[in-house]
Design a protein around this ligand. Structure first.
Ligand SMILES: Cc1cc2nc3c(=O)[nH]c(=O)nc-3n(C[C@H](O)[C@H](O)[C@H](O)COP(=O)(O)OP(=O)(O)OC[C@H]3O[C@@H](n4cnc5c(N)ncnc54)[C@H](O)[C@@H]3O)c2cc1C
Ligand code: FES
Length: 322
């Protein structure tokens, strides 16, 4: 059983247990959010001992070489002394506006800190000041916007989303770190066809990617499919229709599983609709965001319909189990 030394104390890691699980079992709380190696909130550094390579997935080579690892997916093979990572600066910014987009989604905009730079579609990790609870949210704004924009869904009994919905008000200061993630527009081939698919607040990164592509002069076709269970769950419909009028290469298809279908929209499972409308995805660059199951199913579908794996970017909004 490997021993983890943290803050001068030794903790045993049981068979098949991650460093994060072991410390939590002993009552020691490290920052964490997704608990599945996506958000990098639990970034930790091995001061002694070597973390397994699998625990460094998605980290920059420079970080991996310095023995940084993700505690939530690290099942150690040897004794390690670890310390919390402090590589990402924390930013503080005032909330400018909070708008209800529909019954269960808000849009929050806050000041863009001078020194903060990002690619639209990446995500930040928002920190609740009272207890350092940290959650990831995707950036829906683009670099030329004078603010940062997030779309947040209310999760029943969700700690961060309930706080954002019910307590945070204009003028409050929000802290965050990041950005992270590689789901963003690449300007290398402006004539390429792009497919953007997401459900619910999966629209947030897609909204950033779409506007970034248009602003950077992308002239290939861009197909956006945004889904919800029913029409009331969709949002930004008018803004997206306006964009489609303004940019003829952009096509927007709202999708609902049941009930009234919005004008120009489709009814059915969003996993099937893009294939039914477009047929093959050969040569496409694809962006899939939001619900992890939908993202995973779509990944399969678009791959089977001709998209190359390396051209499929995805941003599954994974969350830790209860
Ligand atoms: C890379 C990334 C980007 C993300 N971007 C966004 C974004 O742009 N907008 C957004 O709204 N969210 C986004 N998320 C999800 C977000 O980080 C939180 O997980 C979410 O807001 C719930 O946090 P919470 O503290 O409110 O709920 P918690 O207190 O963590 O969860 C409360 C309970 O609800 C369950 N739960 C949590 N989320 C869900 C869910 N979606 N469906 C069903 N059960 C759930 C938990 O298992 C738990 O039992 C993203 C996640 C990742 C990893
Ligand atoms: S990567 Fe470890 S908690 Fe998200």
């Amino acid at each position: 059983m490997p021993t983890i030394q943290y803050d001068g104390q030794d903790y045993f890691c049981a068979t098949d247990e991650t460093v994060l699980e072991s410390l939590e079992r002993h009552g020691v709380m490290l920052p964490s959010s997704c608990k599945s190696g996506t958000c990098q909130t639990c970034l930790t550094r091995a001061l002694k001992g070597k973390p397994p390579t699998a625990s460094q997935q998605g980290l920059k080579d420079t970080l991996a070489a310095q023995n940084y690892f993700l505690a939530c997916i690290c099942k150690p093979d040897e004794d390690m002394e670890i310390g919390l990572a402090t590589i990402s600066p924390k930013y503080v910014a005032k909330l400018i506006s909070k708008d209800q987009m529909n019954e269960s989604i808000i849009r929050i905009r806050f000041e863009l800190p001078d020194e903060f730079s990002y690619r639209p579609g990446q995500f930040i990790n928002l920190i609740r000041p009272s207890d350092e609870l940290t959650r990831s949210y995707s950036l829906a704004s683009i670099s030329s916007d004078p603010f940062l924009e997030l779309h947040v869904k209310r999760v029943p009994e969700g700690r961060m989303s309930t706080w954002l919905f019910d307590e945070v008000t204009e003028g409050d200061e929000l802290s965050f770190f990041g950005p992270s993630g590689d789901c963003f527009y690449l300007p290398d081939d402006p004539g390429r066809t792009l497919l953007l698919v997401g459900a619910g607040t999966g629209l947030a990164p897609l909204h950033g990617i779409l506007r970034d592509a248009l602003e950077q002069g992308h002239h290939g076709s861009i197909h956006l499919f945004h889904a919800s269970l029913a029409t009331q769950g969709l949002y930004l419909i008018e803004e997206l229709r306006e964009l489609a009028k303004q940019f003829t290469q952009f096509e927007y298809t709202p999708c609902v599983l049941h009930g009234n279908t919005p004008e120009g929209g489709k009814q059915g499972n969003v996993v099937d609709i893009p294939g039914q409308v477009l047929g093959s995805f050969n040569g496409y660059r694809v962006y899939l965001c939001g619900d992890p199951q939908i993202v995973s199913d779509l990944r399969q579908k678009v791959f089977m319909a001709g998209a190359s794996m390396q051209d499929i970017q995805s941003d599954p909004f994974v969350f830790a189990p209860a």
